[in-house]
Design a protein around this ligand. Structure first.
Ligand SMILES: [Ca+2]
Ligand SMILES: [Ca+2]
Length: 426
């Protein structure tokens, strides 16, 4: 799997000219796609060329790869319900999702990667975890994705519009490429959509496998075996051209849902039929966006050269509760103000932050970091008891620094009053 991306002149030119107005980006197109070499994979797929599947999203759960997803809107990604429904069944599991568009190699930062936090998980209300009927979910992200040549939404199929049988479609993902190996480089596979009748026959329910193939599903694959989507590809896109679309735009007709094994002979993978859910998608996309007007959210705020000051959670003092899913951080830079012996005194004026029952600060917390690189944890705070003051000294490095970082994290449920920290150089 460890094949390096070949830097070539075409790629560099695309990089230089890749800033494109969002208006110029049409769904389902691949403006950055060059016809590079592809390398055979064990399950019959090929390594995708960076930019050739710009709607592919890498969906992480608590920071670990979970599933694929499809970019369909600046603020929404489409995935399979079975990828995320555990988070709804068990709110205490505290699962957090992040979505990366423009990803290619999961082991490195790709040039056009954009990471967003999921702020809303919408699973189809009729999703059935046993039969995998209605295996569809939409996730809203905190901040719009910026479309460019490497981040392009797939087109949505019209209601009820199916690809013709044997249309050549494309599935992609970072799932397993052999029984034991998960892909680091995005993989893709061309495969035909099969007629509904054939899919019904292939997926005739048996005693150990009661799942029924329905009109809300598609099946696609190579019946001779050896080429298929697999675990880890779940939730990802099956895109197809649509008859009559002259520009060859790709439509997300399917969501990787289930199959009997991977790449087995006589089998064909099953995909959620997106066109049969078009009304649900339109309703969901019309929901009022999750409000995200907090100035600190997900961004650094730097306070420089103040001998004293304060930091508080968003909305503190308004007798309201802080919002969910906050990722605030403040950096206080005092190096220029102090002499070698100086220290800064940090004290909580008020602390009211949701704690876990074991007082381990698993839910919401305030972290304070010090050190030259702001990576030395000085304390983690939650609950309601005002903690002891914290005194930080100038570092012993050359040049010596005095700086600290406050991070405030809230999870997806229950807010409290928040906190206020005062700091001063005595
Ligand atoms: Ca990457
Ligand atoms: Ca909370």
């Amino acid at each position: 799997m460890r094949l390096c991306y070949m830097w070539n002149l075409g790629f560099i030119l695309w990089f230089l000219f890749s800033e494109t107005d969002a208006q110029q980006i049409s769904c389902g197109t691949t403006p950055a796609s060059t016809h590079g070499n592809a390398f055979a994979r064990i399950f019959g797929g090929t390594r995708a060329v960076y930019g050739s599947i710009p709607w592919q999203v890498n969906l992480l759960e608590n920071g670990s790869p979970r599933c694929g997803a499809t970019l369909i809107h600046q603020k929404w990604i489409l995935t399979a319900a079975h990828c995320v429904y555990l988070s709804l069944l068990n709110q205490n599991a505290n699962l957090e999702y992040t979505a990366i568009a423009g990803d290619h190699d999961t082991e490195k930062d790709d040039l056009f990667e954009q990471l967003r936090f999921v702020v809303r998980v919408t699973v189809h209300q009729a999703f059935d975890g046993k039969t995998l009927e209605n295996d569809i979910a939409l996730l809203e992200v905190d901040k719009e994705f910026a479309f460019n040549n490497y981040v392009v939404p797939a087109c949505l199929p019209n209601r009820g519009e199916l690809p013709y049988p044997f249309t050549n479609c494309e599935v992609s993902g970072w799932g397993f490429t052999s029984a034991t190996t998960k892909a680091e480089i995005l993989q893709k596979l061309d495969l035909p959509v099969l007629p509904h009748k054939a899919c019904e026959v292939i997926h005739t329910p048996t005693e150990g496998r009661p799942t029924i193939f329905t009109k809300k599903m598609l099946c696609a694959g190579h019946l001779e075996g050896g080429r298929d989507a697999c675990q880890g590809d779940s939730g990802g896109p099956l895109v197809c051209p649509t008859y009559g679309s002259s520009n060859g735009e790709k439509f997300v007709n399917g969501i990787v849902s289930w199959g009997n094994g991977c790449a087995e002979q006589g089998q064909a993978g099953v995909y959620t039929n997106v066109a049969s859910h078009r009304a649900w998608i339109d309703e969901t996309l019309a929901l009022k966006p999750v409000v995200n007007d907090n100035p600190c959210q997900y961004s650094g705020v730097e306070i420089r050269n103040q001998r004293e000051g304060s930091i508080h959670s968003p909305g503190f003092g308004n007798s309201t509760q802080y919002a969910s899913n906050l990722r605030c951080n403040w950096i206080v830079e005092l190096s220029d103000l102090t002499s070698a012996s100086d220290t800064v005194l940090i004290s909580f004026q008020r602390l009211d932050v949701e704690e876990s029952s074991d007082q381990e600060c698993r839910y919401d917390y305030v972290d304070i970091y010090g050190g030259d690189n702001l990576d030395i944890l000085q304390g983690t705070y939650c609950g309601r008891r005002r903690p002891a003051d914290l005194e930080l000294s100038k570092t012993r490095s050359t040049p010596s620094t005095l700086r600290f970082k406050v991070v405030f994290h809230s999870d997806s449920s229950i807010g409290r009053r928040g906190f206020r920290i005062n700091f001063r150089i005595p």
